[in-house]
Design a binder for this molecule. Structure first.
Ligand SMILES: [Mg+2]
Length: 271
């Protein structure tokens, strides 16, 4: 860890603007029981609404969930929403940006989907999620031995189908996903910083898992601050750590309170 909270707060106070990049699940909110759970949290909506109203703050929410779920969870104007790790985005001016050609990637997913569906048929605790741009296999409620067997087989199928270079295979705890190779939070952060430049802004990224670690490197290389949200100590590229989504929300509330009033209205003019 490179910074103390005091040092980070000093950098926040000194910065002209703050650009917050926020993961959702495990960072702002506790984990939902299944990815189909899309219950907006009023406390998070209030917090983001307050932050988004602030002329000195710009917000992007970057999630692995599909964009329409992110939109349902964060119905807050003036926030950039990025779904499927940034493959599909809703820009605050109302424009939708798809960074990958859907028709180019969908045929391979349509081959893989019935194979994965067959693999988990009649097995307890598995869940196949079709995000449109990506396919994810969740094993959160399956037993450990069966999870290993099924996810290994699923990975072999995925590697075969995804061998074109158009895709990457993402894994996690009891989780496997085939997504476009641009489904990378690090690449997404780089894209947004280049596409919507904001001179004088300090970029800050809050995230909780290995997909966020990919963004931590980019944020730090761009002179920003990476904050890990996790209850336990682990190997990380982050500059500091907050212990829970509740702690992350409190910290963001403090960032809001700290931000001095600035009359310059920010905009999302692309280059
Ligand atoms: Mg997360």
């Amino acid at each position: 860890m490179l910074y103390t909270h005091k040092q980070i707060n000093e950098r926040l106070t000194q910065a002209e603007h703050l650009w917050l990049f926020l993961d959702y699940d495990g960072t702002l909110a506790d984990f939902a029981p299944t990815p189909e759970h899309v219950n907006p949290d009023p406390e998070i909506i209030d917090l983001l609404t307050g932050l988004a109203h602030h002329a000195r703050i710009r917000i992007a929410v970057i999630s692995g969930r599909r964009l329409n779920h992110v939109q349902a969870l964060v119905p807050v104007p003036d926030v950039l929403l990025a779904g499927t790790y940034g493959v599909e985005m809703q820009i605050p001016d109302g424009k939708r940006v798809n960074r990958v050609d859907y028709d180019a990637i969908r045929p391979a997913l349509d081959i893989l989907k019935p194979r994965w569906a067959h693999l988990i048929a009649n097995r307890e605790g598995f869940f196949l999620e079709d995000k449109g741009w990506a396919l994810a296999l969740h094993a959160r409620f399956a037993d450990d031995f069966e999870t290993d067997v099924v996810l290994s087989a699923a990975r072999r199928m995925a590697t075969k189908v995804a061998s074109s270079g158009l895709f990457r295979v993402l894994s996690g705890h009891k989780f496997l996903e085939v997504a476009p190779s641009l489904a990378d939070k690090g690449q997404t952060v780089g894209y947004l910083l280049d596409r919507y430049p904001w001179p004088g802004a300090l970029p800050i990224y809050l995230g909780d898992d290995d997909k966020d670690e990919e963004a931590f490197s980019v944020i730090k290389a761009r002179g920003g601050i990476a904050i890990l949200v996790a209850g336990e100590q682990r190997k990380t590229k982050a500059d500091c750590q907050l212990e829970s989504p509740q702690a992350a929300r409190r910290w963001l509330g403090t960032a809001l309170a700290r931000s001095a009033v600035n009359s310059t209205r920010r905009s999302w003019e692309p280059l």
